[in-house]
Design a protein around this ligand. Structure first.
Ligand SMILES: Cc1ncc(COP(=O)(O)O)c(C=O)c1O
Ligand SMILES: [Zn+2]
Length: 364
């Protein structure tokens, strides 16, 4: 690690070193932030490696930790066109378990094994659960995943096939989270939205973009938002590139949600957040009360970006177009391109180049 990080409690200011097994502050139970007062300058790159661990020096795990990896690639970046405007697509469904969540899981499970953990628990609407199950299997650690009973069958089969113990929880996504938190009293909680280490895996996508785009970053980044690990991970990465003296303007971050389930859009526009969501094709981001909602809104505002909704029809159309151009993505992953179309057609002036992330694989 070339930059010193500590875990800082977001409420009471309690500090711990990064290598403790607590997923929240042991004093007041608020969530951690991973903080550093000092960043080394420049981006250290291990030239012979790909993907997340190419940036190992920037990742807050002890240097002595053995990496738990499934050979994460640097994912493809392709030049596409949406509504006649050039747009970059980042192909994150190419990750080992089929979604960008692997970037976080490889880092968190590396830390779990370093800490000698023997049981991991997580809650997920599908992809994060599959990622945690895959890396737990790789590390030889027992794993239990709580999912909402409504999760699609393909993702559940994937989680079970990795040998994880699957618990289907009736009710909302929040009830699933509550069941996992209870279990976390006796196991390591690999939460993809409460544990800040996850964001330090996802942040490597920003570093990879900077390298792939010839040492520049997009003007505008349009991504789906559920619990916020993607958008906050990218924000963490772009902020770190600034702190490391590499660039000076944050890309504008635009978060996209389904019109049927848009709590962060409501928060952003100071509207009351609805108690329930309507059914949506975008099951991966159907989160009624995202734990980090206010943090997402603050990050998006800081970049001069925004939060928008897309209709089910627009998502369906973007999904069809993606497959008809050979891209094997899941429906939730069509939210990004659908959001790009909505932004372009709204005629709001956003800086080029525009980029979106294809987040999950279509064969789940
Ligand atoms: C396919 C897909 N895209 C996007 C997201 C959004 O990620 P987040 O919940 O971290 O905002 C998820 C989350 O599970 C997902 O599964
Ligand atoms: Zn605290």
């Amino acid at each position: 690690m070339d930059t010193p990080f500590v875990l800082l409690c977001s409420r009471c200011g309690h500090i711990e070193s990064v290598d403790v097994p607590f997923w929240c502050c042991p004093i007041c139970r608020a969530h951690w932030e991973l903080r550093s007062d000092h960043y080394a300058q420049g981006l250290p790159v291990e030239e012979d490696k790909f993907g997340v661990w190419r940036y190992r020096q920037t990742i807050p795990v002890p240097g002595s930790a053995g990496i738990v990896s499934l050979g994460e690639p640097s994912t493809a970046l392709t030049a596409e066109s949406v509504a006649n405007r050039p747009v970059w697509f980042k192909h994150e469904y190419q990750q080992p378990s089929g979604s960008f969540k692997d970037r976080g899981a490889t880092v968190l499970i590396t830390m779990a094994r370093h800490l000698g953990v023997d049981r991991i628990v997580a809650d997920s609407s599908g992809n994060a659960g599959a990622a945690v199950a895959a890396y737990s299997a790789r590390a030889g650690i027992a794993c239990r995943i709580f999912v909402p009973a409504s999760t699609s069958e393909g993702k559940l089969r994937q989680i079970m096939a990795y040998g994880a113990d699957l618990e289907r929880v009736p009710g909302t996504r929040e009830e699933t989270a509550a069941a996992a938190v209870k279990e976390a009293e006796t196991a390591f909680y690999a939460s993809h939205y409460r544990h800040p280490l996850l964001l330090h895996g996802v942040k490597t996508m920003a570093f990879e973009l900077w390298e792939q785009m010839g040492h520049t970053v997009p003007g505008t980044v349009v991504v789906p938002v559920g619990n916020g690990s993607l958008i906050l991970g990218l924000y963490t990465g772009f902020k770190e590139l600034i702190a490391r003296g590499i660039m000076d303007v944050l890309p504008r971050l635009i978060g996209v949600q389904s019109r049927n389930c848009s709590p962060v859009v409501d928060l952003f526009h100071h509207q009351p957040v609805k108690d329930a969501c309507k059914p949506t094709l975008a099951e991966g981001i159907a989160v009624t009360r995202p734990f980090l909602g206010e943090m997402i809104v603050a990050a998006v505002r800081e970049t001069g970006g925004g939060m928008i909704t897309v209709t089910e029809e627009l998502m369906e159309e973007a999904f069809r177009q993606a497959w008809h151009s050979g891209l094997c993505i899941e429906k939730t992953a069509a939210v990004g391109p659908a959001g790009v179309r909505a932004v372009i057609e709204s005629r709001v002036d956003v800086p080029d180049p525009i980029l979106t992330v294809l987040t999950g694989h279509g064969l789940k």
